[in-house]
Every structure is written in structure tokens, then in C-alpha cells.
Design a protein around this ligand. Sequence first.
Ligand code: SF4
Length: 188
Amino acid sequence: MSPTTFLDWPVIRQLRSADKTGRGAAVTSKATRETAPRTFEADSVAQSVCPYCAVGCGQLVYSKDGKVTHVEGNPDSPVSRGRLCPKGAASEQLGNSPLRQTKIKYRAPYATEWTELDHDTAMDMIADRFLEARRKHWEDTDEQGRPLRRTMGIASLGGATLDNEENYLIKKLFTAAGAIQMENQARI
Ligand code: SF4
């Protein structure tokens, strides 16, 4: 890097150049000139919808070599017109954060530590608990003999990262099982 001289001072550059008001090239640093948006490096961009809440802001997801590098608002979205709130603007971390959990964690009753479970074991444990709670709290009729055919022993609280299809299947499954308590974080 060449040493800074007296002539490099912004006010001198301002007086010597055509940028007399000092709002353009005269006051632009070398670092600023060499800075480029992350979107310039991307080799693909996909349209998406922010998963975090029910507003459903449109996103442009930039990636390079198969890895998400940047997420920003989609100006073509009639919902958000290019805007994202801080949470939506940080959704690149959804895939890239080193804190992202990729293993199934289980904390047994009274345990103070989490242990890792394999997928099949976890699925069996969930199914066993689901069926047991349904059986134990099944209500066939009310006190006057009117049909209920429901269970209050299971409930579903979905997260906003669930998409339409997942929510549809969850609703079908829980309704078929007799559950009536179904809610989603995006509606709370
Ligand atoms: S950007 Fe913010 S307001 Fe928009 S959908 Fe995401 S979380 Fe909701």
C-alpha cells in the first residue's frame, strides 16, 4: 500500500478535484472503493420466503458453490417490497451458524445434561409417547353420554419454519388422532 501523503487528505482532494462539495470521490477511501457487495460473488440467486413469521416477506437467497452467502429482501415481493426486519435479514445464519443444532438431543427426566440420540431411537420414543398419551387421555363421551371421540393428552405447537405442506400434514395427523389442540407460533 502506498504511503499516505499530504495530497491524499480528503480536503485537499476535494479542492483539487471536481468533487467540490466533498460528497463523492474526494472523500471516498481506498477501502470503500475496493469494497464490493457479497452478492457480486454469488453464482446463483433463488427467490424464497422468510420462514420466521406469518408476514411472509420475500427474500433473495444468494449462494456460491452450493452454500448460502447472503440473504436480502426481494423488491418484487408485493408483501414486503424489498424489506426485511432484522430477524429476516439475519436468516443466512439459519443455515450457516456454527450454533446450529444438527444432532438430535435428549434430556431425560431429572438429567442435567443432554445426550445425543440416533434418528430411529428418537422416532420410536416420540411414537410411543404419542400413542400412550392418546390412549391414557382418550375421551369417548362426555358426562351426558354425548360423543366426543377426542384426546386432550396431546397437542401441537408448530414453529414458523414449518412450511404450508408440513402444517397441512401435521393438522391431518393430529386431527386423525383425535387431538383438538393445534396451534402455530406464527399465529400467536
Ligand atoms: S422479515 Fe421479519 S417481518 Fe418479514 S417474515 Fe421475516 S420475521 Fe416476519
